[in-house]
Design a binder for this molecule. Structure first.
Ligand SMILES: Cc1ncc(COP(=O)(O)O)c(C=O)c1O
Length: 372
């Protein structure tokens, strides 16, 4: 590491290259590259065990997994969701011809605010798609209560929530389905990848059919499925990553604690608290740049960039501000005051296992220096 090396918001965790070679040799010898091969099956089993869930269907990425999750439950009409997320959340609705209905977020967690959901329900509402933003659990009980009262499905976008647990176990067990992303930027990555966590074997069978063109056997197609399968090379890499994940999460926890300690006295910088999870994954380090910080969020963002530090404004702009959404009545900023304010203040600071304490010092000293 050089003192002047750029520091990006994240850096993928990569195990030693030589440890991956035996996996490649196996693929080269058995010549099975995809279509639910041995590594695919092994990774599904290993992830069920590691995460403590019953069924997992692996996917080529999280977005196709979201699109397929909606298909698998035959969701139509309107779906209530959050504007404070990555665009893939609501794009998955548009790809299914579903109308997103944006509801504001809770000011503490920046997750969908259950107190505002009921007012957005119409006779066309069929489901709720909340996001465990930054890996902090949504108010699962309150959301489920509303879903039960109105007979709605709940599909969690759990792209950020790998390994997160509440007091009863994995947060991925909640709702009808949970969708993970294993993109390069995520705490657990398979280069590209994703998964649907589902509660029963019957649902998994339907999802497995949908991700394989709707094929059931050689000559029968039962649904207009898609090609969403994870390849053997990605699955093999996932198996290797899993050996390192606990170490990677432990280092993230230390980095989170160091940031909190270094930033505790900096006026106007508010570190987002957890949401009461029993086990967090420290996938992001979001801070809110408050009005009493001497410079604006964007000025801080540019100052850091000029100094080789590259934070990201996740999530700015809000999804509801993009052209394909902003005409929706629910996209009106007046309907989304909390999310709109957060989008103006948010800055996600670099966090990844290889981030060194001296680099955290460089980042936090620069942030502190603006307020002196
Ligand atoms: C909240 C959220 N949902 C969905 C996705 C899409 O996942 P993928 O990139 O694996 O398609 C991402 C990240 O990329 C995300 O952050």
């Amino acid at each position: 590491m050089n003192k002047s090396d750029p520091i990006y918001v994240t850096q993928p965790y990569l195990p030693p290259l030589e440890d991956f070679l035996p996996y490649l040799e196996k693929i080269w010898s058995n010549k099975i590259l995809t279509n639910g091969g041995p590594f695919h099956q092994q990774l599904e089993e290993a992830l069920c065990k590691y995460l403590g869930v019953n069924h997992i269907a692996l996917f080529t990425n999280g977005t196709i997994a979201l699109v397929t999750a909606l298909q698998s439950l035959r969701i139509t009409g309107e779906v209530i969701t959050t504007p404070y997320s990555f665009v893939a959340t609501s794009h998955s609705l548009l790809w299914n011809g579903i109308k997103p209905v944006f509801v504001d977020v809770d000011p503490n967690t920046l997750n969908l605010d259950p107190a505002r959901i009921e007012a957005a329900i119409t006779p066309h509402t069929t489901a709720i798609m909340p996001v465990h933003c930054y890996g902090h659990p949504c108010d699962i009980e309150a959301i489920q209560k509303i879903a039960d009262n109105y007979n709605l499905r709940v599909i969690y976008d759990a792209a950020h929530a790998f390994g997160v647990q509440d007091h009863g176990g994995s947060i991925l067990r909640h709702g009808d389905l949970s969708v993970l992303s294993f993109h390069a930027t995520k705490v657990f990555n398979t280069f590209e990848g994703g998964a649907i966590v589902c509660p029963d074997a019957k649902t998994k069978t339907r999802i497995d059919q949908l991700k394989n063109f709707g094929h059931v056997g050689e000559v029968t197609v039962v649904a207009p499925g898609i090609n969403g399968k994870m390849s053997e090379i990605n699955a093999a890499f996932g198996l290797l990553q899993l050996e390192h994940i606990d170490k990677a999460l432990a280092r993230r926890k230390e980095i989170d604690a160091t940031y909190r300690e270094r930033l505790a006295g900096v006026k106007g910088i508010h570190c987002l608290a957890d949401a009461g999870e029993k086990l967090a994954n420290y996938s992001y380090f979001p801070v809110l740049v408050q009005p009493d910080y001497p410079i604006s969020r964007d000025d801080l963002y540019h100052t850091l960039k000029e100094n080789g530090i590259h934070p990201r404004r996740y999530f700015y702009p809000l999804i509801s501000d993009f052209p394909m959404y902003r005409g929706l009545p629910s996209a009106d900023p007046a309907n989304l005051p909390v999310a709109s304010a957060a989008a103006q203040k948010i800055l996600c600071l670099p966090i990844y296992p290889a981030l060194e304490t001296e680099q955290i010092d460089r980042i936090t000293q620069l942030i502190a220096a603006q307020s002196m």
